[in-house]
Design a protein around this ligand. Structure first.
Ligand code: NAD
Length: 436
């Protein structure tokens, strides 16, 4: 095992996991973020994000001296051989990726280059960004130090990020030189996984294509759920029957309120934008996006059909994070749904196991229109309807008999198809779900 000095720029969901996991497999890592609050928290031994298992990993590697933190790139880049760019690439209004953070970081990296360094794109970026980063670095590389830009897209999933990083299905490395390829092979040597080495552009495209394909699977099953609703079939059984075919596979065939989060929606948008830019209208992806939006509208319609008028109705919302086991609420369907219900004059009583403080920071409304509750039972108290928006496993174990007694009207609209319809009907709930 060849231990390397590594700098990871960006201490978010991807950067912090990357830094901690690379330290865990024996490298010396310094994680940099320009948000001084994040760095202060990390230095005090607190994590700025919730990710299962990450706290122990950070604690152990800081204690063993393999992981440290800095608020500036100059400090982070002392004697490093590999620098990861793991900053955000948020969507702009036209759907394209905002690469200004990447460009800013590339400039600073260039100003701090001293010896041969591999600069690895971890952020999800449009095809040809690698070449742009290379150009930007050449422009500001006053010391003329040699470097290589590589594309090393990340496939981790929030909620299981540590496991995904240490046990990946594959590691994709897009390179231009044998030297950079060797550095990346040495870096990942302790991880047992197939390393797929490609050219820079193909590696960048793999990430966008993979996420867009996953989004397509979700929209496909959601479209089928619409047919199920109309003919009285059960989408769970249909998905099971489809997924048992290994050519299709069972994952990403859960019908519901559609995909959200920081990756799929923006990556689909960005891929659509890139395709258009290079002269190809990716109509399939456009429809994937439309089906996703329609699915959310369909969920809201189910609530409206159950309650008729939403004004002054109380709706309990269980789950705000875009998926279970994360506190990430960026582009979470629940945020959209809550805002829509508030606009119609409904009062919200919300609960999420870990995303509450983030949600409090972004959801507001007229006085009394949203109340954040300490547990699901309080959220359900006095509610005219309960909306299930994130499939936290603990919601399955709730005492729904108790919940029913505390609600004003026992109506459940299950946007994640997580509850057993028969059990809910036996408890005398009016129960609605998606496509069954
Ligand atoms: P994030 O917002 O959680 O983290 C980005 C971090 O970069 C922030 O802490 C921010 O303060 C920091 N940053 C921004 N500009 C900086 C600068 N100039 N110097 C130092 N730090 C700076 O984002 P994320 O979820 O970690 O995503 C990062 C990238 O990885 C995105 O391109 C995303 O698409 C991609 N990605 C995300 C996931 C995921 O599940 N979140 C998975 C795979 C790929």
């Amino acid at each position: 095992m060849i231990s390397k000095n590594v700098c990871v720029i960006g201490c978010g969901y991807v950067g912090l996991v990357t830094g901690a996991c690379l330290a865990e497999i024996g490298h010396r890592v310094i994680c940099v973020d320009n948000d001084p609050q994040k760095i202060a928290m990390l230095r005090e031994g607190r994590l700025p994000i919730y990710e299962p298992g990450l706290d122990l990993l950070v604690e152990r590697n800081v204690k063993d001296g393999r992981l440290s933190f800095a608020s500036d790139i100059a400090t982070g880049m002392q004697d490093v051989e590999v620098v990861f760019i793991a900053v955000g690439t948020p969507p702009r209004d036209d759907g394209s990726a905002d690469l200004s953070f990447v460009e800013m970081v590339a400039r600073e990296i260039a100003q701090n280059l001293k010896t041969y360094t591999v600069i690895a794109e971890k952020s999800t970026v449009p095809v040809e960004t690698g070449e742009q980063v290379e150009r930007a670095i050449n422009r500001y590389n006053r010391s003329m130090a040699p470097f290589d830009v590589v594309s090393n897209p990340e496939f981790l999933r929030e909620g299981t990020a540590v496991h995904d990083f240490l046990h990946p299905d594959r590691i994709v490395v897009g390179v231009k030189s044998a030297r950079a390829e060797q550095v990346m092979r040495d870096l990942y040597a302790p991880i047992e996984a197939r390393i797929l080495v490609t050219d820079l552009r193909s590696a960048e495209l793999i990430k966008h294509a993979a996420n867009s394909f996953l989004a397509t699977k979700i929209s496909f099953i959601n479209a089928v759920s619409q047919i199920c609703d109309r003919v009285g079939a059960d989408i769970t059984l249909v998905a099971e029957g489809m997924g048992l075919d290994p050519r299709i596979g069972r994952s990403f065939l859960q019908a519901g309120i559609g995909f959200g989060g920081f990756c799929l929606p923006k990556d689909v948008e960005a891929f659509l934008y890139i395709s258009r830019k290079v002269g190809y209208e990716f109509d399939l992806l456009r429809v994937v996006k439309e089906i996703n939006e329609a699915q959310r509208a369909c969920f809201l319609k189910k609530i409206e059909e159950a309650l008729w008028i939403l004004k002054d109705k109380t709706i309990a919302v269980l789950g705000i994070a875009f998926k279970p086991n994360t506190d990430d609420i960026r582009f979470a369907p629940a945020i959209d749904v809550i805002r829509h219900l508030q606009k119609q004059g409904a009062r919200i009583r919300a609960y999420d196991p870990v995303a509450m403080s983030r949600a409090q920071g972004c959801l507001e409304g007229p006085e009394g229109s949203i109340c954040f509750c300490p547990d699901p039972y309080e959220a359900a108290e006095g509610a005219d309807c309960l909306a299930l928006l994130t499939e936290w496993p603990q919601f399955r174990e709730l005492d729904f008999g108790r919940i029913k007694k505390s609600m004003t009207h026992p109506i459940i609209v299950d946007g994640r198809n997580m509850l057993d319809p028969k059990a809910m009907l036996e408890l005398d709930f009016e129960y609605h779900s998606m496509g069954r």
